[in-house]
Design a protein around this ligand. Structure first.
Ligand SMILES: C[S@@+](CC[C@H](N)C(=O)[O-])C[C@H]1O[C@@H](n2cnc3c(N)ncnc32)[C@H](O)[C@@H]1O
Length: 330
C-alpha cells in the first residue's frame, strides 16, 4: 500500500477488517509473549469475520477455540522457508494469504530480514511490521533492511541477522581483538556474521574462522566466495555440541579459541549446552560473545548469568545492543 502512515493498532479507530486484499491474514508472532498476546487479542477483536493464521513460537499465547484462528508453531531461531517443516510451508502456500503482519521488538529491524524470504516464498503482496509500541509500519522498512552493509573497507551483500554496529564489533574483535587461537561461530545461517569475522581475520592475517550449523543454507558457499573468504572459513554441518566433543581431533590438538561467537538456538537448554561445551576452549585473554541477549530470549540471559557471570572465570562484561561480550580472565 503506497503512502501508508504508521498507525497504532491499539487506537480505537484501527480495524484489521478494513485492510485491502481478500483471504486470510497471516500473523507471525515472534516478539515476547506479553507483546504477542496483546497484539493477537487486538487482531482477533478487529478482524471481523476474516480468518487469521497465527504462526508463533509461543505455545501459550492464543485462545484455541475461536473458529477464525488456525495456529501453527515454529521452533527455530531464524524463521525462513528452509527452517519450517515442508508440510507447514505447503499449508501456508496453499492458504491464499496475501496480507501478513509481523510482530517484532528489535530496534534495529534485523528481524525483518528473515521474514522477508518467507513472505517472498508465500507470494504475500502486503506486509506490515508491528513494533514495541504496537505501531504498524509498512514493508518499505523491510526492504530497506536488505541493503548491503560495511565492515572496515568492505561492502557485504549477504544478509546477517545482526545490527550493523554488532557486525562492526565482531569484525574488530576478529581483526585486532585479544587472545590467541581460532575464531569459532556457532550458528552460520547464510554466512553474514561469518563473513564479518573472516574479513577481520583476513585484514590482520590471523588464523581461520570455524563456523558450525547443522542446517546448511544453499547459498552459503556462494556468499563466502563472493566476499573472498571461501578459503578462510571452515564450515562444519553439525551441531555445535558434536563439533565441541571432536574439537581436539578436528584441530589436531590446537584447541585454543580466541573468539567464541554463540548465535545458535536461543533456548536456555541450547545456550547453556553451547556454553558448557565450549567455554573452556576460550583461554585467558580470549573473548566470548552471545547474540540475542535480552528479554526476547530470556534463555540466553539465564545461560550467560549462570555459566559466564557466576563462573568467576570471565570479566569485562559489555553489551552492544543485544550482543553480550566478556573476556576470559582465569
Ligand atoms: C540466528 S541464526 C544465525 C545467524 C547468523 N549468525 C548470521 O549471520 O546472521 C541461528 C542459526 O543457528 C543454527 N543452529 C541451531 N542449533 C544449532 C546448534 N546446535 N549448533 C550450531 N548451530 C545451530 C540454526 O540452524 C540457525 O541457522
Amino acid at each position: 500500500m503506497s503512502g501508508f502512515n504508521p498507525v497504532t493498532i491499539l487506537d480505537f479507530e484501527f480495524r484489521l477488517s478494513s485492510f485491502p486484499l481478500s483471504g486470510p491474514i497471516l500473523f507471525v508472532a515472534s516478539s515476547p509473549v506479553w507483546h504477542c498476546s496483546l497484539v493477537a487479542r487486538r487482531l482477533l477483536e478487529t478482524s471481523g469475520d476474516r480468518h487469521l493464521i497465527f504462526l508463533t513460537r509461543h505455545r501459550e499465547i492464543l485462545p484455541s477455540d475461536d473458529p477464525r484462528i488456525q495456529t501453527y508453531y515454529y521452533d527455530s531461531t531464524a524463521l525462513s522457508p528452509s527452517t519450517l517443516p515442508a508440510a507447514l510451508l505447503a499449508i501456508l502456500k496453499n492458504s491464499g494469504v496475501k496480507l501478513a503482519l509481523y510482530a517484532q521488538t528489535s530496534a534495529d529491524d534485523i528481524a525483518y530480514i528473515e521474514i522477508a524470504r518467507l513472505l517472498r516464498e508465500l507470494d504475500v503482496s502486503e506486509c506490515y511490521a508491528i513494533d514495541w509500541n504496537f505501531i504498524l509500519h509498512s514493508r518499505d522498512d523491510l526492504l530497506r533492511c536488505q541493503d548491503p552493509w560495511r565492515v572496515g573497507a568492505h561492502l557485504v551483500r549477504t544478509p546477517a541477522l545482526l545490527a550493523k554496529k554488532q557486525l562492526t564489533y565482531l569484525y574488530q574483535l576478529a581483526k585486532e581483538g585479544p587472545g590467541t587461537g581460532a575464531v569459532v561461530e556457532i550458528g552460520t545461517w547464510r554466512g553474514g556474521s561469518a563473513i564479518a569475522l573472516a574479513l577481520g581475520c583476513l585484514d590482520s592475517g590471523r588464523p581461520p574462522v570455524v563456523t558450525i550449523d547443522p542446517v546448511h543454507q544453499p547459498d552459503l558457499e556462494t556468499n563466502l566466495a563472493q566476499h573472498g573468504v571461501r578459503d578462510v572459513v571452515r564450515y562444519y554441518c553439525m551441531s555445535s555440541q558434536e563439533v565441541a566433543v571432536n574439537w581436539s581431533y578436528f584441530m589436531r590438538g590446537h584447541t585454543a579459541v580466541r573468539l567464541l561467537w554463540i548465535d545458535g538456538e536461543h533456548t536456555y537448554k541450547s545456550a547453556a549446552a553451547d556454553t558448557l561445551h565450549w567455554r573452556d576452549y576460550v583461554e585467558p585473554g580470549g573473548m566470548i560473545c552471545y547474540h540475542d541477549y535480552g528479554e526476547n530470549f530470556p534463555g540466553v540471559v539465564r545461560a550467560v548469568y549462570e555459566h559466564i557471570i557466576l563462573s568467576g572465570k570471565f570479566a569485562d562484561f559489555k553489551r552492544v545492543g543485544g550482543l553480550f561480550s566478556a573476556m576470559r580472565v582465569r
